[in-house]
Write a protein that binds this ligand. Structure first.
Ligand SMILES: NC(=O)c1ccc[n+]([C@@H]2O[C@H](COP(=O)([O-])OP(=O)(O)OC[C@H]3O[C@@H](n4cnc5c(N)ncnc54)[C@H](OP(=O)(O)O)[C@@H]3O)[C@@H](O)[C@H]2O)c1
Length: 213
């Protein structure tokens, strides 16, 4: 399967590339917006593709069979970039998938995206952007999986999560490495198809938790 990772040079994106590249059935392509990042993607086992979510993504999706969206403008940029990348960039990639007959789309979303009105300030704007991107994906007709983690950490993978439609996320976290595994495994795990679920660190091995998601 040819699979494109948007946000490939990100903390979570790099882990997704590394994990998927161990699967001989996957040809993993990492979308980067800077040539200097190409070596990193190669070292992780992926093939770099130069593209910017604020620009043209047509070449990046050419010949792909699945996409994972793990990009984001990050908390240091202003609301304009949140709109441009987290919302419009994601929507652009969904539309490009549809146009090119790529049926499988896995979205890294966030807890709170179901109800952005409950948040304040820049978090509210970010969650509105994620919400709009998620809704666009759901309405696209693609086979989607929308994964909404609690706060991400750089802790070591635990390999165990709780996945549910709604979780209590107060003061909860999950290692990026586990989120990366959830996204990577969801691509082919049919029990996650056309589902939206929240995740945090828990008691069930990831594969088992996804079957119950
Ligand atoms: N932080 C949390 O606690 C949390 C909780 C729930 C969900 N999330 C979601 O998880 C996502 C990933 O988190 P992370 O920590 O792995 O993020 P990250 O390290 O900041 O990675 C984001 C990636 O997106 C890329 N990107 C930004 N703008 C782009 C553009 N215009 N075109 C192409 N790529 C672009 C960045 O590229 P460069 O490398 O070139 O900068 C970067 O590689 C976040 O964006 C957020 O939506 C985060």
């Amino acid at each position: 399967m040819n699979i494109l990772i948007a946000g490939a040079n990100g903390a979570t994106g790099r882990m997704i590339i590394k994990e998927l590249s161990t699967n001989p059935e996957m040809n993993v392509y990492g979308m980067i917006r800077n040539e200097d990042q190409a070596q990193t993607i190669k070292e992780l086992g992926g093939h770099p593709i130069l593209a910017d979510l604020e620009g043209n993504v047509d070449k990046a999706v050419d010949n792909m069979e699945a996409i994972i969206f793990a990009a984001g403008s990050g908390p240091k940029t202003g609301p304009d970039k949140t709109t441009a990348v987290d919302k419009l960039g994601a929507i652009k990639l969904v539309d490009a998938a549809k146009k090119n007959g790529i049926d499988r789309f896995v979205m890294l979303s966030s807890v709170g995206s179901d109800n952005p009105g409950q948040a304040q300030g820049s978090m509210r704007h970010y969650l509105e952007a994620k919400h709009d991107a998620d809704e666009h994906l759901k309405a696209s007709g693609l086979t989607y999986t929308i994964v909404r983690p609690v706060a991400l950490t750089n802790d070591q993978a635990l390999g165990k999560i709780l996945a549910a439609r709604k979780v209590d996320h107060t003061d909860k976290s999950i290692p990026r490495a586990d989120v990366a595994s959830v996204l990577a495994q969801s691509v082919t795990e049919e029990s996650t198809f056309n589902k939206t679920f929240e995740i945090l660190s828990g008691d069930l091995p990831i594969r088992e938790a996804l079957k119950d998601s």
